[in-house]
Write a protein that binds this ligand. Structure first.
Ligand code: GRF
Length: 208
């Protein structure tokens, strides 16, 4: 069974997609044990509370140094016996100590077709502003394993959506979330829960 921590920073629509499928028994042998945020005001925390899911906040500036921050972060994960981590609208770099401890057991949803429009500085609306500025005709979302880099881990799933001439960043973000993110993130969790996802030579192989 996957005992999941979902790490959030914002509105939590991707978290909501996971919760909805979990409650419909469509997520596989999975339980969201805790939702963790680096922001006390993240609406995603309210979404978790409405569904009786435990929440926690971990804010780096509340700690004297990096080591105490990482120890507090790890303590939350251990408290809930977490064995898998999902970053869903997470705007916090996950400490390397945690990435190493949870090697190939952390996934992230990024709102572009990696390797386009990803890495440092590409998050939220900035991703869609860059896509529109470049004039791409398709964009989309990517679910990938998290490694020590930024948006650089092995890719699990991607889904493309069209870009239209009259799109604004907000309109495009909404289409990517509704038609891509909210579909492929739960799908990836289900596939992993079902044991269908393997990482070999830093590439993902999906078992049929
Ligand atoms: C979305 O664009 C998501 O792709 C990105 O953060 C934004 C907010 O996501 N990672 P959510 O509504 O908080 O899930």
């Amino acid at each position: 069974m996957l005992r999941i921590a979902v790490i959030v920073s914002g509105g939590g629509t991707n978290l909501q997609a996971l919760i909805d499928r979990m409650e419909r028994k469509e997520l596989g042998d999975v339980n969201i044990e805790v939702v963790i945020s680096n922001r006390k005001d993240a609406y995603a925390l309210e979404r978790a509370k409405k569904h009786g899911i435990a929440t926690a906040t971990i804010i780096k500036k509340d700690y004297a140094n990096q080591q105490e921050f990482e120890e507090a972060f790890m303590a939350i994960l251990e408290q809930y016996k977490v064995n898998f981590i999902v970053l869903a609208g997470c705007l916090m770099m996950i400490p390397e100590s945690i990435v190493n401890r949870y090697e190939n057991r952390i996934i992230n949803i990024h709102p572009s077709l990696i390797p386009s429009f990803c890495g440092d500085g590409y998050y939220g609306l900035k991703v869609h502003e860059a896509a529109l500025k470049r004039g791409v005709k398709i964009t989309g979302a990517t679910v990938h394993f998290v490694d020590a880099g930024c948006d650089t881990g092995p890719i699990i799933l991607q889904k493309a959506v069209p870009v239209y001439q009259e799109d604004t960043p907000e309109i495009l973000q909404k289409r990517v979330m509704e038609q891509a993110e909210w579909e492929i993130l739960p799908k990836a969790v289900r596939m992993i829960a079902d044991g269908l996802v393997k990482v070999e030579n830093e590439k993902v192989r999906i078992l049929k």
